[in-house]
Unconditional design. Structure first.
Lengths: 186, 126
């Protein structure tokens, strides 16, 4: 069943169907909130608020965009409003901590080589905007135009920001994980 | 040939989303249990009212401009002359302190009506 069919069911009074939409998009919404707050508790509070707002305004979803784009826009606005009101509880991840987590004592040797872990650790070292733009593009299946709508930017600005975010990610990888990358490539 | 770390490929394949707590969807369903879906804004926003309000403010601006015209020193603009001699128009007769007060009162009234509608709608949504 696609999103629109579920939305129609919810609008007809079947509140339980909304849970399917939550399950489909909770990871996206939670990740966006987490990129900015860097605190799971705050991110979960924001994500919950996003879904409650989306439910209340579901009748206003105009269907000229994807439901995920509409939801991510709400997530972005709610996160920014939250950050204006509440001071984030945690500082950005320290590169040293991330490096220690990745290569620290007792680490599984296979884990050490894992590009999977490497990429996901380094994304935490980027700014919230850079990390979000990369997440939206590579994981949330949002186009450049859709990211522009979500982040309130023009398509050209999104292209430039995405390109720079990729460069910064690569720089951080080479700076903190040069040895691991060499091992992976060899 | 030197191998390169393909960042594009790894972002597509390895980037992960963070999961919230396992009972997240249940928590949200609990939070929305007592709430109702608000009516679509297109159903209660009357376009005639929007256009009417716009027209009212346009007229208000136009009236203020027309009122200001007679007090303008046209001689400073050289030999340019308007087709209508605005200095003969006695707009002040119609656009005086009383009229301005009435318009201001009307604005306040419209503002209060808007606030009332907003609060009623918000209460219904909760």
């Amino acid at each position: 069943m696609d999103d629109i069919e579920i939305i129609n069911q919810v609008l007809q009074g079947d509140q339980q169907s909304f849970e399917e939409l939550i399950k489909r998009y909770q990871h996206f919404v939670f990740t966006i909130a987490l990129r900015y707050t860097r605190n799971r508790e705050d991110a979960e509070e924001i994500a919950q608020d996003v879904f409650v707002k989306a439910y209340r305004s579901l009748a206003d979803f105009r269907r000229d965009a994807k439901f995920s784009t509409w939801l991510c826009t709400i997530a972005m606005n709610t996160t920014k409003t939250f950050l204006r009101k509440v001071k984030p509880r945690m500082d950005p991840l320290d590169p040293g901590t991330v490096h220690a987590q990745h290569t620290g004592n007792g680490a599984d040797p296979t884990e050490k080589r894992s590009t999977h872990l490497l990429v996901n650790h380094v994304i935490g070292l980027l700014s919230a905007d850079d990390a979000t733009i990369i997440t939206l593009f590579y994981k949330a299946e949002q186009s450049i135009e859709e990211i522009g709508v979500i982040m309130g930017l023009t398509s050209n600005a999104v292209k430039v920001k995405l390109h720079r975010a990729r460069l910064r990610l690569k720089e951080k990888l080479e700076l903190y994980f040069a040895d691991e990358i060499k091992e992976i490539l060899n | 040939m030197e191998k390169r770390f393909d960042i594009e490929k790894h972002l597509r394949e390895d980037l992960e989303l963070s999961p919230p707590s396992p009972d997240f969807s249940k928590k949200v369903m609990g939070a929305i249990a007592g709430t109702r879906i608000a009516p679509a804004s297109r159903s209660y926003l009357n376009k005639k009212v929007v256009y009417g309000t716009g027209l009212f403010f346009l007229l208000l601006i136009a009236a203020a401009v027309v009122y200001a015209l007679p007090s303008f020193n046209w001689s400073a603009a050289g030999k340019f002359r308007l087709a209508v001699d605005v200095s003969t128009l006695d707009i002040g007769q119609y656009f005086n302190r009383k009229t301005v007060n009435c318009l201001l009162f009307l604005n306040v009234l419209l503002g209060l009506m808007f606030l009332d509608k907003y609060l009623v709608r918000r209460d219904r949504a909760v």
